[in-house]
Design a protein around this ligand. Sequence first.
Ligand code: AMP
Length: 419
Amino acid sequence: MDIKAPRGTKDLLPPESTLWKEIERSVDETARLFGFEEIRTPLFESVALFKRSVGEATDIVSKEMYLLTDKGGEEMALRPELTASVVRAAIEHNLLSQQGSLSKLYYNAAPMFRYERPQKGRLRQFHQFGVELLGSPHPLADFQVIAFAYALYRNLGFVNFELRLNTLGSKDVRALWRSALVDYLSKYLSELSDESKRRLETNPIRVLDSKNQRDQEIVADAPTILDYLSDDDRQHFETVQTLLTDSGILYRIDPTLVRGLDYYNRTVFELSSSDLGSQDALCGGGRYDELVEQLGGPSTPAVGFAAGVERLVIVLEKLRGEAPKQCIDVYIVLAEKSATKSLIAVAATIKGAGFSAAYDLLDRSVKAQMREADRLGAKFVVMIGADELAEGVVTLKNMSDGSQERIAPYLLASKLQTS
Ligand code: AMP
């Protein structure tokens, strides 16, 4: 067949799918420990949602969205990120209607779509988990969101990762800084890369993000937001830092960290890993205190992050080697072909006790069935032959030491549990 998966997408196959399950369980468990509840939203949304939240001038909205017009003539986009959808859902379902109410939501392995140039760790359909904490202006909320991400990577065994932190101040301050930045960068207009020239027009703060070397040299002396912060912004930022320091979370302040989406204010952060190549960002997030109101909801401060599953997998595979193949607990070898009734009963007993069981579906010889047990990494083999049937027992073989014994089928469960 000459039809392949679309460029920038990936089929998830075993054994990698086992690793994904583990990651998903880890995210669920961390969410439980931190008191976040899961939200799932549609894969597509009205285009207007992303234009109004992520920002028309951002790369994501201006260049990377998968757009479709449905048969009713509505303009839709496959979601490129989830914060906008979560906020839309929170407004639509009145999750924020009561004063002082908090919504602590998370999503897990959720597919996102961006028309990007595919490379290692950068796909067109990729998957994110993340959290959105809606309703708290307190630095403790920023801290909790960062601590969530940190705990997750730590628990998965990550060591080579770095947390970078910055603040984008509040709206008025950012406007002042932005115009100082434009004045400064305009002096170097002829030396800036084409991409940065374009950004200077459309979204000047993003010039700080440039990977171009000359751009970076110019940016190094640019006015930083840190010189423009109000007392409140500064106090907020310092409190976040104190909370992180007090809990042993290492970070580096990076005044060039601005993030690619328009809705952020105050704290922004990114976790990156030196075990990744040029696409080294594991996760990124920050505060977005104005977004809920901007999308028509009640004024609601908020903070969150989004993290890429594929990049997490790349690092985990590097740390652990390729994901181990899933092993079966018990392989049942049927030597007496007519005894399918016993076979099914024994399999049900084993599964009922919480152990996985497999048996031959190809009418193979006993020898071939034993080979299959080996291939599946079975910890035990249960043999049902004519002798066993005559005596009302089965033979249980421990594959790690080769020992075997005959036992009554009803004792199988307890035997497996104590082995
Ligand atoms: P962003 O929404 O751009 O802040 O991305 C958050 C995280 O999602 C990044 O740190 C990456 O780990 C991951 N990510 C973003 N874009 C892609 C992509 N095209 N392919 C794979 N992972 C991505």
